[in-house]
Design a protein around this ligand. Structure first.
Ligand code: COA
Length: 177
């Protein structure tokens, strides 16, 4: 898959770059991100962050499209949004925002933009979004981004504290209004 950049008002979604690694290191150490977007048990150091960025910058398999969410004005890193498990018209979407960017609907706007692109340009039919029931901010993002809840998955994912949590499954179809 070819890299793209997606403008969304004050936001610019763009592929990850090596220079993002220090900001990613700091973001992945944020307790809320470490809990709800766990990256394994190890310490998040510069090397881990660089590998994280490089894996996400490589779109060559066609299996994911991972984007840095930045401020269009000055390039500040605000968050992450990604389509993964892209296969046969389906994908999953995930996201986080850095603490300083929260409270401005950055994740909502990024999810809407990436989903629109997934349907219009990638030709996907269904995108799924899962979050822990214990993470209501993420539920709000899902609902407002047009992903209705489809059900509760019982103790379906082990999050950052090592515990299994119930999750809500939300999904959006290309044919939804
Ligand atoms: C979830 C997350 C991505 C939302 O980021 P954001 O775009 O900055 O979201 P906002 O702070 O603008 O809040 C979005 C909505 O959630 C609501 N919200 C925020 N914190 C909340 C909380 N603790 N409980 C209930 N609702 C909450 C906000 O009021 C807002 O609601 P609104 O749309 O009705 O105005 C961000 O909090 C985050 O990165 N959290 C840690 C990692 C994470 O949870 N990732 C998602 C994994 S599925």
């Amino acid at each position: 898959m070819e890299h793209v950049k997606l403008a969304a008002g004050e936001l610019l979604l763009r592929p990850w770059r090596d220079e993002d690694a220090p900001a990613v290191r700091d973001a992945l150490r944020d307790p809320a991100i470490a809990q709800w977007n766990p990256q394994g048990d190890g310490l998040i150091d510069d090397e881990v962050a660089l590998l994280w960025v490089r894996r996400r910058a490589d779109w060559s398999t066609g299996g994911h499209a991972s984007m840095a969410v930045t401020a269009a004005a000055d390039g500040e890193l605000l968050g992450s949004v990604s389509l993964h498990n892209i296969r046969d018209g389906d994908a999953s979407i995930g996201y986080w925002t850095v603490p300083a960017a929260r409270g401005r609907h950055v994740a909502l706007r990024a999810v809407v933009r990436l989903t629109d692109w997934a349907f219009a340009d990638l030709g996907l039919h269904r995108v799924e979004l899962c979050h822990a029931v214990a993470n209501p901010a993420s539920c709000r993002v899902a609902e407002r981004a047009g992903y209705p809840a489809e059900g509760t998955l019982r103790e379906s994912y082990r999050y950052g504290d090592g515990r299994r949590y119930d999750e809500h499954l939300h999904a959006r179809l290309a044919t939804d209004r």
